[in-house]
Design a protein around this ligand. Structure first.
Ligand SMILES: Cc1cc2nc3c(=O)[nH]c(=O)nc-3n(C[C@H](O)[C@H](O)[C@H](O)COP(=O)(O)OP(=O)(O)OC[C@H]3O[C@@H](n4cnc5c(N)ncnc54)[C@H](O)[C@@H]3O)c2cc1C
Length: 284
């Protein structure tokens, strides 16, 4: 069991992982090897002290170099569910189960609200994990919402199992193709059904009957990720030590609220790491 699991490969997650490592804690760090998409997209960063004017791509590169220099290698998997146990936390990521005594949510701001009905049908026809639940839909008809190109291999995997796939890409130039794949030109707005989800409703009013819906996005809404987590509006509620309402669970960065800034994310990651180390010391 790890001392700490850090979920998020952006500035908040990196800052926490670096500090936890310096505090001699064993760290399990989930993030993309490319770093944060948001940092990468920033044309010019002028408000990060000490580095002058630099592009987001350059700062991201330096973040990656720093991680490598500290022998911190992110696990490139989406965490889709976290459960609190007597010992700490169990984390599900791409069908693998991990355990940690404490966790940090550094998942960034969730820009996608989710579809109407999505939360209601989660686990009852709606899934966030292709490798965990794909086998349930062998020979069936499914809808797949692709939030980013990094999940295209998961959509291709699902198309290999399902009889028919309605694929909705939330970005341009999706490369997934297949004889059983249809790409409607209107996005999903709602999931509907009875006891289980059985249809997706599109913005143009069409209703497509499906056996299930996979939502493959860069982030999972915090309340779906950690059941019982207290929110403050759309953000995770934290105190000045970045503690959430759940013992051993901390949050940092954009997911805790505005301003959405790199320096704030890095600072909160640092505070959280120290608070987590104190929590681990108390547990002994
Ligand atoms: C175009 C643009 C320009 C910007 N310019 C500036 C600027 O000039 N100055 C400035 O200070 N800020 C700027 N920002 C804001 C800045 O990028 C963010 O405040 C910062 O990246 C927040 O860091 P974070 O670590 O909280 O979240 P993020 O950088 O969003 O990182 C979170 C990471 O966690 C991953 N993740 C989420 N959920 C999971 C999960 N369940 N499992 C595994 N991984 C997960 C996400 O994929 C993501 O990589 C800009 C943002 C944009 C979009």
């Amino acid at each position: 069991m790890f001392d700490a699991a850090v979920i998020g490969g952006g500035p908040a997650g990196l800052s926490a992982a670096v500090n936890l490592k310096l505090l001699a804690k064993s760290v399990l760090w989930f993030g993309s090897p490319h770093g944060s998409d948001k940092v990468e997209k920033s044309e010019k960063i002028a408000n990060y002290p000490g580095l002058g004017l630099l592009s987001g791509a350059e700062l991201n590169r330096r973040f990656r170099e720093h991680a490598a220099a500290m022998a911190l290698e992110p696990v490139d998997r989406m965490v889709t569910l976290i459960a609190q146990t007597d010992e700490g936390f169990q984390l599900l990521a791409d069908n693998e189960l991990y355990e940690a005594k404490s966790i940090l949510l550094a998942t960034g701001a969730v820009t996608a609200k989710g579809f109407e009905g999505e939360a209601e049908y989660l686990g009852r026809g709606v899934s966030y994990c292709a490798t965990c639940d794909g086998f349930l839909y062998r020979g069936k008809t499914i809808a797949v919402h692709l939030g980013a190109a990094r999940f295209e291999h998961e959509a291709a995997y699902l198309a290999g199992l399902a009889a028919k796939v309605y694929l909705f890409a939330g970005y341009r130039d999706c490369a997934v193709r297949g004889e059983n794949i249809e790409m409607p030109d209107s996005p999903i707005v709602k999931v509907s059904g009875g006891l289980k989800a059985n249809a997706v409703v599109l913005r143009d009013g069409r209703e497509i009957p499906v056996d299930g819906l996979f939502c493959l996005r860069n982030a999972v809404a915090p309340a779906s990720l950690v059941p019982g987590l207290a929110l403050d509006g759309v953000h995770i509620a934290v105190d000045r030590e970045m503690k959430t309402n759940l013992a051993g669970c901390y949050a940092a960065g954009d997911c805790t609220g505005r301003p959405y800034q790199i320096a704030k994310a890095v600072g909160e990651g640092n505070i959280a790491a120290h608070a987590m180390a104190a929590y681990l010391a108390e547990r002994k």
